[in-house]
Design a protein around this ligand. Structure first.
Ligand code: ADP
Ligand code: ADP
Length: 221
């Protein structure tokens, strides 16, 4: 990647498809930040910031936070110095308006989306995954009680912070989040497919296989 322009990679997929898991891997491999819109909202909720208060009800219900709030948050995040070489975007964009805003925000920097990875997983598997998901408080590292357990129970392997189960990973909210995804986010697959930017990855495979295929799908991968 030496000498190349910034590399912005978008991860698309339903809740539980493995976006966060793969984003951590890709961000490390590409040496760029992992930007998870959900994680930024959760951190803001925890510290009870204005942004956290605006997003709170939407997260609890499994609805999308309004575009203006979400786009404003990503605008601020992309303006930070560590995004100079690109970023892995996990959970953004999630609506056509957000996809358009992303093009504009990157365009202002002379950059563009380099690749979009669509991680595809059957719905029954999504529910199994989300019901056993554990996340670390500090950085959103992701585990699963059966499929990807931490070395020590309840503790993040990477940063030692405590693991917790998300309050929106209940059966009822998960079903709603999947419906919201199908209605509001899935149309982006076609949007990026028309631009010739989508690579579809079978997310039902083991984590390491998905990681290898994801990295290989990137322009310089
Ligand atoms: P998303 O960010 O798309 O919601 P996550 O990366 O948080 O998805 O993964 C959801 C859950 O599934 C986590 O518990 C994670 O450990 C587990 N998981 C992710 N990828 C796989 C995989 N390929 N096989 C089995 N479990 C996985
Ligand atoms: P998942 O693991 O299901 O993919 P995320 O952590 O990405 O979940 O998102 C959790 C919640 O944060 C969403 O249900 C939604 O309320 C909010 N959220 C995250 N990203 C966005 C976005 N791009 N637009 C609107 N709301 C978002």
């Amino acid at each position: 990647m030496e000498g190349a322009g910034p590399v912005f990679v978008v991860l698309l997929g339903a809740p539980g498809a493995g976006k966060g898991t793969q984003a951590k891997y890709l961000a490390k491999a590409l040496e760029v930040p992992h930007i998870s819109s959900g994680h930024i909202f959760r951190v803001n909720l925890q510290v009870d910031s204005e942004l956290g208060r605006k997003a709170s009800d939407y997260l609890a219900r499994g609805e999308l936070v309004p575009d203006d709030v979400t786009i404003g948050m990503i605008r601020d995040r992309l303006a930070q110095a560590d995004c100079g070489r690109g970023a892995v975007l996990d959970g953004f964009p999630r609506t056509p308006a957000q996809a358009e805003a992303l093009d504009e925000l990157l365009g202002e920097r002379g950059a563009r989306v380099a690749a979009v990875l669509y991680i595809k997983v059957d719905e029954a598997v999504l529910i199994q995954r989300l019901s056993g998901r554990w996340m670390c408080r500090q950085a959103g590292h992701v585990y699963h009680q059966l499929f990807n357990p931490p070395k020590a129970p309840g503790v993040c392997d990477v940063d030692g912070s405590p693991l917790y189960q998300r309050s929106d990973d209940t059966e009822e909210t998960v079903a709603h989040r999947i419906a919201v995804y199908l209605r509001q986010t899935a149309p982006l697959i076609e949007h990026y497919r028309k631009r010739g930017q989508i690579t579809e990855i079978d997310g039902g495979q083991p984590i390491e296989v998905v990681s290898r295929q994801s990295l290989a799908a990137l322009p310089e991968g």
